[in-house]
Design a protein around this ligand. Structure first.
Ligand code: BGC
Length: 743
């Protein structure tokens, strides 16, 4: 009887598809057959769709009420979520429930947010140089997304750090395309291991927040393929992400979300991307142009001037401005990602169990591995358990640790430790995770007298510091989405504070919780500096454990710390934060010479170089040898822990052409993360990604490796600490656009 009823509905569905509501039977849903490929399943499902049904997939809603337009949240969306696309129950395809972002499960502004685990900033994960750690972090936040009922994570931020003032640097993975692409690729893979679609974003060249909706990026095409686009390409190859989010800005005069070159030519044709392109929220600007130029889904349509992919797209398909085949392609890409990532076969549900203790430990491990010991004169660190008095100064270190603002904000279990700070609204609120460094420090030095001073009065703080054996100054810099840092200086008089405290106590340790690199005019006066980034849910414990040597810091900078803005390609950021709608052009004249490459090329000495990071032990390198084997450059060497404690090293391989011309003297070509007991050695074999050795030729769309001699440098940082080198002869070779050897 039941079957018959369904058969009848199915027959009606075929005849009058628009009126179909109940689900088809399994026999009539061949796309549910798990033994078919995602491509086959998507094709079958889309064939069974009416045009109306296809159109529903390409039109996304904000998951929350949108105040400027007075809209209510779409029916079925998870409260205060980022995005929603209604599913197709008739075909057994679930709703898409979308959440930000790369640091954990976020919540849009509300007094009653979801409380979830936040990873340390993306820069901290990148500082680990550890792909397994990146994967584990992604897997953890993906599991919380699933447990919260989300099957899409808007994670995967991999915009290159072209400017240390970019307000979203903390969501990204630094300045080097190989490191950033690899780390983010693994994080995305971790997220998607939960049968959740992840994105790679913001495509492309959205490298500053000032004027992000209007700025027009100009860069040599080949240079972009070797920098920003290479980071995206590598992240996509390594993750097979289900989706890419196109960005707000324009590139070569055209908005990224209707940019035929970026979307159709580079992403879909050259790289062979099979997933779907979703717009950023408010980044769609047209109907036929966007659809024909490669945008597959308008997101958060309330944010746009018009519901471009709603009725207008239907109209455009009807009158032929957008072909039915293109609409099929758009829907197929979306549904294919759902099958490929297991979203259909493993439906999500809200209310899943979350083990916050276990997930907090994952976040803590990342914070510990990602903290970078920038300076440690006279072995001021690690602190001894027997230290008698400790002064803790500033940064709200009595109660918590800072996080970055905007759509990626994850709200902590237990609430904001410092509520009420400005800005309270977008891109605020400013949120401190209630993981108190003070409490964690007391736990590790139970007999010490620990005093706290809020640091608001530098003279008073100096008096407190003078009384202590060691002074720990916590300095913070809050940045966020749509909110670049106005300068590299620490805000709120903190430079003065550090200077005063360092003047009063020779054992002053500065702990930085910053969104990116900052200037340190006081650095000569302070023996130790630890960059803890935004250290996430368990940041206070992580910082304490690094300070006391419970864990040995192994983080290395994924970005150059300049002395001042004067060293940057653009000492003054382009655009005017007060006029966000003003159109302007940003010329990336430095091309692919981003970060350390720029510093090398210009002969500049930074404050701290890319790759820098100290340890409580020391390492030595021996036996560097390099050869071309099976068409790949292999670099072999031995790393030894020459100190007294266990530690992790990040031996870095840089390559410099001796005759060929690159955009800069050298490029990072590979690395390893090696854990070693005192006295222990390990052999390392780094296989170099061949694209790193070539120059991209936009005309032929090939990577060309020039025949000649290349210097292979093994070092502890980009400035050549502990460097040894060998010379290798490379034969000429040509790789296709995806880096494969052309036969
Ligand atoms: C951000 C995206 C985010 C989206 C949804 C936008 O403002 O740029 O990164 O995923 O909002 O919240």
């Amino acid at each position: 009887m039941r079957l018959r009823h369904f058969t009848l509905v199915a027959a009606l569905t075929a005849a009058f598809p628009l009126f179909a509501t109940a689900a088809d039977t399994p026999a009539q849903q061949p796309w549910m057959n798990r033994s078919l490929s995602a491509d086959q399943r998507a094709e079958l499902a889309v064939k069974a769709m009416t045009r109306q049904e296809k159109l529903r997939w390409v039109f996304g809603y904000f998951g929350t009420a949108f105040a400027p337009k007075g809209t209510t949240p779409p029916k079925g969306s998870i409260p205060f979520s980022a995005g929603f696309v209604p599913g197709n129950p008739r075909l057994g395809l679930p709703d898409l429930q979308e959440t930000d972002a790369g640091l954990g499960v976020a919540t849009q502004a509300t007094p009653t947010p979801r409380e979830r685990t936040q990873l340390p900033s993306g820069l901290a994960t990148a500082s680990t140089w550890d792909t397994q750690m990146a994967y584990a972090g992604g897997a953890m936040i993906g599991s919380e997304a699933r447990a919260s009922g989300f099957n899409v994570m808007l994670a995967g931020g991999v915009n290159l750090m072209r400017d240390p003032r970019n307000g979203r640097n903390f969501e990204y993975a630094g300045e080097d395309p190989l490191l950033a692409g690899t780390i983010v690729g693994h994080a995305v893979k971790g997220i998607e291991s939960n049968h959740v679609i992840s994105t790679v974003k913001h495509y492309a060249l959205n490298d500053q927040e000032t004027g992000r909706n209007e700025l027009d990026v100009r860069i040599d095409k080949a240079a972009s393929r070797m920098s920003d686009l290479l980071a995206m390409q590598l992240a996509l190859e390594q993750s097979d992400a289900g989706s890419v989010m196109c960005s707000y800005n324009r590139v070569y005069g055209t908005y990224a979300c209707e940019n035929d070159y970026l979307l159709n030519e580079v992403l879909k044709k050259d790289w062979g991307f099979k997933g779907y392109v979703m717009s950023d929220w408010g980044a769609t600007h047209s109907t036929a142009e966007a659809a024909n130029h490669g945008l597959d889904r308008q997101s958060g349509q309330e944010f746009d001037k018009s519901p471009y992919f709603g009725g207008a797209l239907e109209e455009a398909v009807k009158n032929g401005h957008v072909s039915e085949a293109r609409l099929d392609d758009m829907a197929t890409r979306i549904v294919r990602a759902m099958f490929a990532k297991g979203v259909v076969d493993n439906p999500v549900a809200q209310g899943g169990a979350i083990d916050f203790a276990k997930n907090g430990a994952v976040s803590r491990a990342t914070a510990e591995e990602g903290a970078v010991l920038l300076k440690n004169d006279n072995h001021v660190l690690p602190l001894s358990k027997d230290v008698k008095t400790i002064a803790i100064i500033g940064g709200h270190a009595d109660v918590g640790v800072l996080s970055g603002g905007g759509s990626s904000q994850v709200y902590p279990v237990g609430g904001n430790a410092v509520p009420g700070l400005e800005p309270k609204v977008w891109p605020g609120p400013v949120v401190y995770h209630p993981s108190s460094p003070l409490r964690a420090i007391k736990a590790l030095a139970p007999d010490a007298k620990v005093v706290y001073d809020d640091g608001l009065d530098p003279a008073r703080a100096a008096r407190v510091a003078a009384q202590a054996d060691v002074a720990l100054v916590f300095a913070t810099q809050w940045i966020g989405e749509a909110n670049d840092a106005t300068s590299l200086a620490l805000p709120d008089n903190q430079d003065k504070l550090i200077d005063s405290v360092a003047g009063a106590n020779a054992r002053t340790v500065v702990v930085l919780e910053t969104g990116g690199p900052v200037a340190m005019p006081w650095v000569a006066k302070t023996p130790a500096v630890l960059e803890a980034w935004y250290p996430g849910t368990s940041g206070g414990e992580a910082i304490a454990r690094v300070l006391f040597g419970v864990v040995n810091p192994g983080g290395h900078l994924p970005a150059t710390f300049p002395v001042s803005e004067e060293q940057l390609p653009r000492p003054k950021l382009d655009g005017d934060p007060k006029q966000p709608d003003q159109q302007f052009t940003v010329e990336y004249k430095e091309g692919a010479a981003v970060g350390y490459k720029w510093f090398d090329k210009q002969g500049l000495t930074p404050l701290f170089p890319f790759g820098h990071g100290l340890s409580y032990t020391t390492f030595s390198y021996a036996g560097l040898a390099s050869q071309v084997k099976d068409g790949r450059l292999h670099v072999r060497f031995k790393v030894t822990n020459t100190g007294n404690v266990a530690g992790k090293d990040v031996p870095q391989v840089y390559v410099s052409p001796l005759s060929a011309k690159w955009e800069a003297p050298k490029r990072l070509a590979g690395w390893d993360k090696v854990a070693l007991q005192p006295g222990e050695s390990k052999e390392v074999d780094v296989v170099v990604e061949p694209r790193i050795l070539g120059m991209f030729d936009e005309k032929s769309k090939t990577w060309r490796i020039a025949k000649g001699k290349y210097k292979v440098v093994l070092a502890e940082d980009a400035a050549g600490k502990n460097a040894t080198s060998v010379t290798v002869d490379l034969p000429a070779s040509t790789l296709d656009v995806r880096g494969r050897v052309r036969r």
